[in-house]
Ligand binder design. Structure first.
Ligand code: 1CP
Length: 366
């Protein structure tokens, strides 16, 4: 299937917002919109393992389309996982039902960097299945809405590779930052370079936006964030753009989600490297206003507490109104402050989307 000649886009609202253009309505998509809260996803995942779905383009395409068939969403996100990168570098990753990812042989000492990771591997060879899924999905979407590609940021990947699974303290991974500083930078550099190639290949295959997830900032001090996360986020944003220029591929909007990195948001906004900064639900209205002042071209995304989806329809409408009062209706993409949980109801997701749809930009109502 060709990664050119894609069907024309019928809904480019989110792309216009990312470019800072004025829009008639706030676009909306939901982090982890494809997943276990959808009955149709549960059918597929009862028949196929998680990584089998990721590795089979027709299944990944089907699961990506499920939420956009059901809801009026303004973007689809390709079904994959951030952990395909450690896998591609040679590490074994298992997905344990109701628990999450598990690395049976995590990195324990810096010597493991020479034995458990194969630096010679290339994204273009190891992750072809992701790019095939993107091309197929972009054709099958038939221009309904743009397709988002994504990757996990280096620190988040490094923390899984060392912890071996989700952790609240991240103390094993943080031990590396304090005791093996050079080796930590070595690993983060390998991951950043691989991530650049993975995002460029996704764009070459048809992704129309990319989002980088730095999900594990909550355990970092501002100093650790400045030394071990921020430089790599910036390196990736620059590196992707440079490689796209070299390959003659038009650039696409870049969204950064650095969860719990409140101490780093101003630097991220000021850097001018990201078209969109996605915010979690802990961010205060005054921080949101100051980010807007910091960089007038920046689009913000977020930040409803996912647990607000447990509330009544009337309360959800109130939360949406409050969000719009804080963010405004321009340079803003409505989303949750993190991914949706498996026990959330599809009706409440519908109410959230309906509530967003009922708010049109005042300038377009005149
Ligand atoms: O609609 C979509 O967003 C689907 C695509 C997607 C994305 C963007 C999946 C499918 N995973 C991700 C990103 C991802 N994966 C992140 C970054 C976003 C975030 O912070 O949530 C992270 C940290 C992971 C790692 C991961 N994979 C977790 C989190 C575990 C933890 O440490 O808390 C889990 C549970 C997975 C498995 C997974 N990935 C995706 C799905 C639908 C699932 C559930 C698997 C299942 O069916 O049981």
């Amino acid at each position: 299937m060709s990664s050119t000649n894609f069907p024309p886009l019928k809904n480019d609202l989110i792309l216009r917002v990312c470019r800072g253009e004025s829009v008639e309505r706030v676009p909306i998509w939901i982090m982890r919109q494809a997943g276990r809260y959808l009955p149709e996803y549960k059918v597929i995942s009862s028949e196929h393992s998680f990584f089998e779905v990721c590795r089979t383009p027709s299944l990944a395409c089907e699961v990506t389309l499920q939420p956009v068939r059901r809801f009026d969403l303004d973007a689809a996100i390709i079904f994959s996982d951030i952990l395909v990168i450690p896998q591609a570098l040679g590490m074994q990753v298992e997905m344990i039902a109701n628990e999450g990812p598990c690395f049976p042989q995590p990195l324990k000492t810096p010597e493991d960097l020479n034995t458990k990771i194969d630096r010679t591997r290339k994204a273009s060879e190891e992750l072809k299945y992701v790019y095939e899924a993107i091309t197929l999905t972009r054709h099958t979407l038939d221009g309904q809405c743009p397709l988002i590609g994504f990757a996990g940021a280096p620190w988040t990947l490094m923390s899984y590779m060392i912890e071996g699974k989700a952790s609240t303290t991240m103390s094993k991974a943080k031990r590396w930052l304090y005791s093996y500083e050079n080796e930590s930078h070595d690993l983060l550099t390998v991951l950043a370079n691989f991530t650049i190639d993975h995002l460029v290949e996704q764009i070459a295959a048809g992704a129309q936006i990319v989002q980088l997830f730095e999900s594990h900032c909550a355990c970092l001090t501002p100093d650790l964030f400045n030394r071990f996360s921020l430089p790599y986020l910036c390196q990736i944003a620059k590196g992707v753009r440079e490689k796209l220029v070299q390959r003659g591929i038009p650039s696409v909007p870049f969204i950064l989600f650095a969860k719990d990195a409140h101490f780093g948001l101003h630097d991220l906004a000021k850097s001018g490297l990201f078209d969109v900064v996605s915010l979690d639900w802990t961010i205060t209205p005054s921080t949101i206003r100051s980010l807007r002042n910091e960089n007038s071209t920046l689009t913000l995304q977020g930040n409803l507490d996912p647990c607000a989806l447990y509330s009544s329809k009337a309360n959800l409408e109130k939360f949406v109104r409050e969000m719009l009062e804080i963010f405004g209706t321009q340079q803003y993409i409505a989303n949750l402050g993190h991914g949706i949980y498996p026990d959330m109801s599809v009706d409440n997701v519908q109410w959230f989307i309906d509530a967003m749809f009922s708010w049109l930009s005042p300038s377009f109502l005149m």
